[in-house]
Design a protein around this ligand. Structure first.
Ligand code: UDP
Ligand code: MG
Length: 321
């Protein structure tokens, strides 16, 4: 695997109200990247902060020419900030790291070494995390559900701390879809992927901005962008309901003929469901199946609108003539 002679690594830092963490990050990130012999650039995306985040980024960019910053017009969210950073990256590889030092910058060199060894996507997997218990528990449940639902394998407990080769950056940046669940897209692109286990620390300073609501939103984006199972739910429920209604109708018809069979249970024929109840159940089932059919078409439209390429070729061996 050949990598460029004098590679440039882009480090992308999404920042939202991180004035407390940034001074420490600037120092540790720059020190970590200097311990690596190649060139690097750092791109800070200010995601509509309303504290001194942008002022800090500006002064860092003024002091060090390989540091750059871009500020959003308002808060567009973490995934948007990372996507913007990837679009602005000029490097032969790009790494995404949180501003709050939960992902230790000192680990970056390991990521870069794996890239130079030939991996195109290197992602961090949390060996442990210092987050609050509720958040940890919900994350655990979410990753397990996702594993069952998603149409591709998205490694559990992997966050956004990751390195992408230039070709992967280009593919992800060109995807037109709007709800960007990057951890999913990262798995979806394929190529040679490598997991690196690391210890996720507590925030250096400030507060988490991913509220429970924002995390839930991200989780839903993950499920709906990579699974059509929820769309099929109506179909499954509908068939289930029709089955139950038909079964009940059959049994009650039989039992009406032989009421003696009910006697040992101490029940009379009035205990049987009315034909009206059965009809309601049956037609509710039919309606659900019809909704499921609509859902199938909707799912296909959704896939078309996402416009992900149907395949990505990594290598070709061809006769040059
Ligand atoms: N972040 C962002 N926009 C947001 C929320 C967060 O750019 O709307 C950044 C934040 O500054 C940090 C990273 O995304 O660098 C992760 O956010 P946070 O630490 O709040 O999430 P957690 O680590 O709790 O998942
Ligand atoms: Mg954090």
């Amino acid at each position: 695997m050949s990598r460029p002679q004098d590679p440039l690594i882009s480090v992308i830092v999404p920042c939202y109200n991180e004035e407390e963490a940034l001074p420490i990050l600037f120092q540790r990130l720059e020190a970590a990247m200097r311990s690596w012999p190649g060139r690097h650039e750092v791109i800070c995306i200010d995601d509509g902060s309303n504290d001194r985040t942008w002022a800090l980024i500006q002064s860092q960019a003024a002091a060090l020419p390989h540091w750059r910053g871009h500020a959003f017009s308002r808060n567009f969210g973490h995934q948007a900030a990372v996507s913007a950073g990837l679009a602005k990256a000029r490097g032969d590889a790009a790494v995404v790291i949180d501003a709050d030092l939960q992902d230790p910058p000192e680990e970056l060199v390991r990521f870069i070494n794996e890239w130079q060894a030939g991996y195109d996507v290197v992602y961090g997997v949390r060996e442990s995390r210092d987050d609050p218990a509720l958040k940890q528990a919900l994350a655990w449940v979410f990753y397990r559900i996702m594993e069952k639902l998603a149409s591709i394998h998205i490694p559990p407990d992997s966050g956004d701390f990751a390195l992408f080769d230039r070709k992967v950056v280009d593919i992800i940046t060109r995807l037109p879809e709007r709800s960007r669940y990057l951890r999913g897209l990262r798995s979806w692109v394929g190529f040679r992927q490598k997991a690196l286990v690391f210890k996720r620390h507590a925030r250096a300073a400030g507060q988490a901005h991913y509220t429970l609501r924002a995390s839930l939103q991200l989780a839903l984006d993950g499920v709906f962008s990579f699974s059509t199972v929820p769309l099929r739910l109506a179909t499954y429920l509908g068939f289930g309901l029709c089955g139950i209604a038909l079964g009940l109708a059959g049994t009650s018809l039989l039992l009406r003929q032989w009421p003696a069979a009910l006697a040992p249970l101490g029940l009379g024929p009035e205990a049987l469901p009315s034909s009206l109840a059965l009809a309601v159940a049956l037609f509710s089932g039919v309606q659900l199946v019809c909704m499921g059919v609509l859902g199938e078409y909707l799912g296909r439209i959704y896939d078309e609108v996402k416009a992900r390429p149907t395949w990505i070729i990594a290598r070709s061996a061809e006769d040059p003539h």
